[in-house]
Design a protein around this ligand. Sequence first.
Ligand code: GLU
Length: 421
Amino acid sequence: MVEELDPFKIAQKQLDDAAAIMSLDKQALAILREPKRVVTVNIPVRMSDGTTETFTGFRVMYNDARGPGKGGIRFHPEENVSTVKALAAWMTWKTALADIPFGGGKGGVICDTKKMDAFELENLSRSYVRALAEVVGPKKDVPAPDVYTTPQIMAWMMDEYNKLAGGSEPGFITGKPVEIGGSQGRFDSTAMGGMYILRNAAKMAKMDLKKARVAIQGFGNAGKFAFDIANTMLGANVVAISDSKGGVYSEKGLDYDKLSAAKEQTGTVQGYKGTEDVSNEDLLELDVDVLIPAAIENQITGKNADRINAKMVLELANGPVTPDADKILFEKGILDLPDFLVNSGGVIVSYFEWVQNNSGEYWTEDSVYKKLDGIVTKSFNDMVAMQKEYKEKGKKITPRQAAYIIAVDRVAKAMKLRGWY
Ligand code: GLU
């Protein structure tokens, strides 16, 4: 049978699976299987050559039982509504597992940022906000960065929203530059949260990270900083890393500063002196201790999961491991830590940013990281405790199933209390 790779069908399958294990109320499941709101917009954008190009954009608010929608905006040439729905569902589980007062949302625009200049990107960012002004806002649905969106893009979007709102509303969007209300520590918070999880998981698995070999797929908001922090904070040896064009491998280990400087010049990590080029697919199958998929969804599937050689998979991207692959990794005894735990650092520090914006009181980087560590470590411990609880009842569940059970239970309880079913 051909494996289902539609991201939203995958998200529903994961939910159904958890619902069956925890015997979730059928009425709650019916609400949770579909997003609360899906908006598609047509966005005319003035381009640098004077013509107007029309882009398609989306904003999905999946569930807001626990608080306003929350989630990033992706600018991607292959964006589609199914992916945005899946990502919004995963945001719902992410905020619930972290136990922060938000629901889940996500946005996207079909566009290729590599072919656009700053003028066009600014126009697109502002037009996106104008098109969706009715459904987003600090108390409705709070956007943030994601694949190919940056603090600068958040700044333009905030400015546009403020013009429409007629006042200062910094809490409308997170991931802003610190100069205009961004939080200290937000820029590398996704990676930082993931590295705290890696530290906790290594301790549990009795893996010495100072001797560990790590491969990272992706060099964006998540992968790039994971590379740096894995080296400096954990003392691990990053032997392979890739970007969208391909990757490099070095038995001796890679140097973050030198490789990032080279990528700035050439646009890719490939071809760096003293390293061997590897494809994005081959990188996943390297014989390493820790594999970190940090790019996009559907990277480890039923097709290649049995060729994964890592002892641990740390899902820093959203949706990199499919349900078929999940089973194979579990049977192989590979510890696969789920995306909505591993990459929750981004939205957790986004929450801190929103709190700081709303209160007007700003925190130091040190205090942001400490609070972040506290939250992700609690999520990790909750997940392990849930696995233990089921094991004692005679049922072995995966880390993903355990995390789902916690998150879904929290959202279902909130809906019940509000009288949704
Ligand atoms: N885009 C990030 C994620 O997928 C961050 C979302 C946010 O900060 O709201 O978790």
